[in-house]
Design a protein around this ligand. Structure first.
Ligand code: ZN
Length: 496
C-alpha cells in the first residue's frame, strides 16, 4: 500500500480531484495530498474510492473561501478520510512546532498496513512544510529489535522529491540521526557497554565518513585519566575513550568545535547506590550525552557539512564492585587536579572533566558538552527543556538558544556564579565532587569549568534525554534531544 503526498494549489482544485482518479487508476489504496501553496491541503483517505467520492466537508469549503491564521487544519472527512491545510510562508517557531505535531498526527492517522509514503512536488523551501515532514519522520520510530513478534507496522519507506530537494534530504538525514541516538539510549547495558559504544561509533564512522580512534584501558591508564579510571574501578568491564573527528578540506573553521558526551553506559551510583524505582531503573540512559555526540557526527558527515568537529566520549559503567571508589577517596585527574570523591553517584563530572582537560590540546574554537548530569537540572526545567551553562561569547550563547527555539529543543540558561565554585572547592583536595543540593546543576557545571581554558558551553540533558511516556513525535524512552539542537547550531556556524 502506498501513500502519495503532492502539491496542489487552490487554482488547481480540479487537479485535486483528478489526483483521486490517478490514485484509483494506479491502484493506490490510500493517498495524501500535501499542498503547500496559498490554500494548501492534506487529503488522506483510507481507500481510493473514498478519495474520489469524498465531497468536501462544508468546513473545508468555508475555509477555501477565506484565509485563516491557522497553519494547519485536520478534518475528519467522510468515510474516515482526513483533510488538512498548510499555508505557505516561513512561519514562526511556535507554528513550526505545531506543524511537527500535525506531522505526528498525520503519521498516527495513516491507515494500517501502509508501508511506503511518496512525497512529490512539494515546495520544500517552505519551512512550514519541512517542519511538518520533520514531525512526520520523527514519529516513525519504534525500538522493537528485542520483540520476537515485531509490531505490525514496519518502518515506512519514505521517498521524496520536489523543489528544494537538498533541504528535504537534510531533514531525512537529521531525523535518521535522531533515531540513531534514540536506539543507542534504548539499548540496555548488557548489549551496549563501554566497548560496545566505542564499537558502534567505529562502525558508524566507517559508514558515514568520519574518523574514530578508541583508547582502551591501557591507554587510558597511561594517559592518567584518573576521573574515568576512578569511576570504572567498581566495574568488571574496561572503560573506553573515543575520539571522533570530521575534518573536511573545505571546513570553514580553522579551530575545531569539540563536542564532549557523557558516556556512563549504566549508572548504579556506585557505592553511593541509587534506589531502583524512578532512578536506577532508567540509568541505561546515562550515556545520552554520548549518543548526541555520535549522532551529530553521523548527520554532519553524511551531509558533508564544511565544518571541523571533534568528539570526545569517555565511557564506562558505574558499579559498586569490590574495588569501587569509596566516598572519601582522593583521586588525581588527567590534568593533575586532585578531587575528593564525596559521592560516587556524582560520577559524570569526573569522566567529563578528564575529557574537557583533554580537549585543550585541540586549541578549540568552542567546546560543548552534553550530559545527563544532575537531577537538579531536571527538577528545575522538567522535561520541557535542557539547562545551558556557558562561559562563552554572547554570540555563541545566543546562537545556541536560537537553535533551541528553532528546533524546539529549548535551552534555559542557568548562571555560573562564583559562589557555586566556592561550594566545590576542597578542604583536603583541590576540589570535591559535590556541592550543595540546591543549585546542584550549577555547582556541577562549575566543577567542569575548572577543567576548561576555552569558550565552553555545558548542556545538562538530565530531564530531556529519556522520556517515561510518549508525547507527540517524541517516543517513550530515548528521545534524541540535543541532536537537532546541535545540528541547527552548527548550521548557523557554517552559514555565519
Ligand atoms: Zn550518577
Amino acid at each position: 500500500m502506498m501513500v502519495r503526498i503532492m502539491r496542489i494549489s487552490a487554482q488547481f482544485a480540479t487537479m485535486f480531484f483528478s489526483l483521486g482518479i490517478i490514485a484509483k487508476n494506479t491502484g493506490f489504496t490510500a493517498l495524501i495530498a500535501l499542498i503547500c501553496s496559498m490554500n494548501a491541503e492534506i487529503y488522506l483517505t483510507s481507500n481510493s474510492k473514498g478519495f474520489v467520492t469524498a465531497k468536501l466537508p462544508s468546513s473545508i469549503a468555508a475555509f477555501w473561501s477565506q484565509s485563516s491564521e491557522e497553519s494547519l487544519h485536520l478534518y475528519n472527512g467522510p468515510k474516515g478520510c482526513l483533510m488538512g491545510v498548510i499555508h505557505t510562508g516561513k512561519g514562526n517557531v511556535a507554528e513550526h512546532e505545531k506543524l511537527r505535531k500535525e506531522g505526528n498526527k498525520c503519521f498516527v492517522s495513516l491507515p494500517k498496513g501502509i508501508t511506503s509514503v511518496e512525497i512529490n512536488n512539494v515546495d520544500w523551501d517552505a519551512p512550514k512544510a519541512l517542519a511538518f515532514v520533520e514531525g512526520f519522520l520523527l514519529s516513525d520510530y519504534r525500538f522493537d529489535k528485542y520483540l520476537t513478534k515485531k509490531s505490525a507496522n514496519a518502518p515506512l519507506q519514505v521517498t521524496m522529491s520536489g523543489k528544494g530537494k537538498e533541504k528535504l534530504h537534510e531533514v531525512q538525514v537529521v531525523c535518521n540521526a535522531v533515531n540513531t541516538a534514540r536506539n543507542w539510549v534504548n539499548e540496555p547495558v548488557n548489549s551496549l557497554n563501554a566497548q560496545g559504544l566505542a564499537d558502534v561509533f567505529t562502525d558508524l564512522g566507517v559508514d558515514a565518513g568520519f574518523k574514530v580512534e578508541v583508547f582502551g584501558e591501557a591507554q587510558i591508564e597511561s594517559l592518567k585519566m584518573g576521573g574515568l579510571l576512578a569511576v570504572n574501578r567498581g566495574s568488571q568491564e574496561p572503560p573506553t575513550f573515543s575520539v571522533l573527528e570530521y575534518k573536511p578540506k573545505e571546513a570553514k573553521n580553522a579551530q575545531p568545535i569539540v563536542l564532549v558526551g557523557k558516556g556512563v553506559v549504566f549508572d548504579t551510583g556506585g557505592l553511593s547506590l541509587k534506589p531502583t524505582p524512578n532512578s536506577m531503573d532508567m540509568m541505561k540512559c546515562d550515556m545520552g550525552g554520548a549518543a548526541v555526540v555520535g549522532a551529530v557526527f553521523e548527520a554532519v558527515a553524511r551531509l558533508n557539512w564544511p565544518i571541523w568537529i571533534v568528539g570526545l566520549v569517555p565511557a564506562t559503567d558505574n558499579r559498586p564492585g569490590e574495588m569501587a571508589t569509596c566516598p572519601g577517596d582522593i583521586i588525581t585527574m588527567f590534568d593533575g587536579t586532585t578531587v575528593e570523591v564525596l559521592n560516587t553517584d556524582a560520577e559524570g563530572r569526573l569522566i567529563l572533566a578528564d575529557a574537557l582537560a583533554f580537549a585543550k590540546k585541540y586549541d578549540p574554537q568552542l567546546v560543548i558538552d552534553y550530559a545527563t548530569l544532575t537531577g537538579a537540572a531536571a527538577r528545575a526545567l522538567g522535561t520541557y527543556g535542557s539547562a545551558l551553562m556557558a562561559q562563552a561569547p554572547d554570540s555563541v550563547v545566543k546562537s545556541l538558544k536560537k537553535a533551541g527555539e528553532v528546533t524546539y529543543e529549548r535551552l534555559a540558561e542557568l548562571p555560573l556564579w562564583e559562589e557555586y565554585y566556592e561550594e566545590i572547592k576542597g578542604g583536603i583536595a583541590d576540589l570535591k565532587n559535590l556541592g550543595k543540593g540546591e543549585g546542584g546543576a550549577q555547582s556541577a557545571a562549575m566543577f567542569l569549568r575548572h577543567f576548561t581554558n576555552y569558550p565552553w558551553a555545558h548542556i545538562d540533558i538530565a530531564g530531556t534525554a529519556f522520556s517515561t511516556s510518549a508525547s507527540h513525535y517524541t517516543p517513550k524512552g530515548g528521545t534524541g534531544v540535543g541532536v537537532r539542537l546541535t545540528l541547527e547550531f552548527l548550521r548557523q556556524q557554517i552559514n555565519g
